[in-house]
Each structure stands twice: as C-alpha cells, then as structure tokens.
Design a protein around this ligand. Structure first.
Ligand SMILES: Nc1ncnc2c1ncn2[C@@H]1O[C@H](COP(=O)(O)OP(=O)(O)OP(=O)(O)O)[C@@H](O)[C@H]1O
Ligand SMILES: [Mg+2]
Length: 247
C-alpha cells in the first residue's frame, strides 16, 4: 500500500532522515520505534506531506505522491494523528471532528458537482462510528476541546483523523503522557480499527507495547533504519531489548 524508497528529508541544512526505505502492506500494523530525535515524526510528516522530501519516492497505492499537497493526501486516504494531539482547544469536540471531515471533503474536487449541486457527503456515518469507538466524545460533543483530559484529547485526535475515512492511519506517539489504563484503551482501539481493515503506521516510545501490537516493526536511529522484522522477532532481539525495552 505504501512504499518509501531512499527518502531524505531536511529542515533547512539539517538532514533529519537520510535515505530510508520502508513498506506497509494493506491490513498491516507497522510500528516505528527509536530514540528521541531519531526521525520518526519527520518520517510521518513526510508521508502526510507536511514536509516534502528532498530525494527519494513515496509511493501510495502505486502512485508517487511526492508532489501532492497535504490536503490531497487526506482525500486519497492518508490521515495523521500528530504528536501532541494538536486538537483545536477553542472549538467544541463536535467542531473538532467536523474539521477532520472538512479536510477530506475540501480535498475532493467532486464535493460540488459541475451543475453546482452539493454531492452527498460519503462520510456522514463516520461520526456515528467515531462515537461508537469513543462514547465519551459523544457525551462531550458540545464541550471545548481544550477542556478535555489528556486521554480524551487523544481520543478526539484519533476520532478527527478517522472522520476522513482513511485507508492508512499514521499515529504519532498516541500513548505519550497518558495513564496506563488510557494507554490500554488506545491500544485496544488501534487493534479494533485494524481488525476492521484499517492499515496503521504507529510511532511509539512505548516500544514493548508497540512491538506486541504490530505485525512488523522498523527501528530508526539518527535518520536511518537500522533494523526491521516481525514484531515478535524484534521483541526477542538482544540489541533491541537492551536499547529500547529496558531489559
Ligand atoms: N522544525 C525543525 N527544525 C529543525 N530541526 C528539526 C525540526 N524538527 C525536528 N528537527 C530535528 O530532526 C531530527 C528528527 O526529529 P523528529 O522529530 O523526527 O524525531 P523523533 O524520532 O520524532 O523524536 P521524538 O521521539 O523526540 O518525537 C532531530 O534531530 C530534530 O532535532
Ligand atoms: Mg516525534
């Protein structure tokens, strides 16, 4: 479904990713682990085109998406949950969710037909789906996003990303700073979404939980991929145990 080939991405003169190649098949959960500053978020932002790679190719469903603008990325089926959630604190929970849908619709040229009539939005039942996953969001629908707890904000960020009905969901550190019980809930939801057919690329500091959940994983160090393998095999790898699992 997604293939990165020798991708380089820089911030000005600092090259943060230095020729990475990775692949995600439809239906997989793939995790990306690595220390602070390894380039994990940069990789996700390169896929969602918030950043443009200087070299290499990013192929999604057979097409090179290197030149597409970010709003088109949403409409072709890639949605990102950014690090630190980035919900809109001054908008209500309901409005935050609408923004996720708006991003998808605005990227579709067909949102209004040539004759000027509104085309029915395909995403209407998606709100229902998000409320089923996270009933708390339905209860808090009218509340400002900024008044939610950290865990609720993470659920909102995931819900917002799901509003565009993505095929590929990019999750950047969804467990960061959350209580263990909320982390379990988030991981359970990731598993459920995957069971429904959503393909997931997960970036996590919580390497143990991520490798347990993922079918496959990649390890990043200083802008390069240094290891890849099945989640189980990486969990048993002595180097990974020492560096990332605290064993
Ligand atoms: N806006 C920026 N300008 C300059 N350098 C940046 C910028 N954002 C990130 N970097 C640098 O790029 C490298 C990769 O950063 P990135 O955020 O991708 O790492 P990460 O693996 O997501 O780390 P973390 O686990 O801390 O989130 C780091 O050396 C970082 O300092
Ligand atoms: Mg990061």
């Amino acid at each position: 479904m997604l293939k990165l080939e020798s991708v380089h991405t820089s911030y000005g003169r600092i090259e943060a990713i230095k020729g990475i190649s990775l692949e995600i098949s439809r239906g997989e959960i793939v995790c990306l682990i690595g220390s602070n500053g390894a380039g994990k978020s940069t990789t996700l932002m390169t896929i969602s085109k918030i950043l443009t790679p200087s070299r290499g190719s990013v192929i999604f469903e057979g097409n090179d998406i290197k030149e597409l603008p970010p709003h088109k990325i949403v409409s072709i089926g890639i949605s990102q949950v950014p690090e630190g959630r980035r919900i809109f604190p001054k908008l209500t929970v309901g409005e935050n969710l609408e923004m996720g849908e708006y991003l998808a619709v605005s990227g579709q040229r067909s949102a209004v037909s040539r004759r000027g009539e509104a085309v029915p939005r395909p995403k209407d039942n998606q709100l229902e789906h998000v409320f089923n996953l996270f009933p708390i969001l339905k209860e808090r629908q009218k509340q400002m996003g900024g008044t939610l707890s950290g865990g609720e904000q993470q659920m909102l960020a995931i819900g917002r990303a799901l509003m565009s009905k993505p095929k590929l969901l990019l999750l950047d550190e969804p467990s960061l700073g959350l209580a263990p019980i909320i982390v379990s809930k988030i991981f359970k939801t990731i598993r459920e979404l995957n069971a429904e057919g959503l393909t997931i690329l997960l970036v996590e500091q919580n390497a143990k939980a991520a490798l347990r959940l993922a079918h496959r994983g990649y390890v990043m160090e200083s802008g390069r991929i240094t290891k890849e393998g099945k989640g189980r095999d990486l969990l048993d790898d002595p180097d990974i145990k020492k560096a990332y699992l605290g064993e």
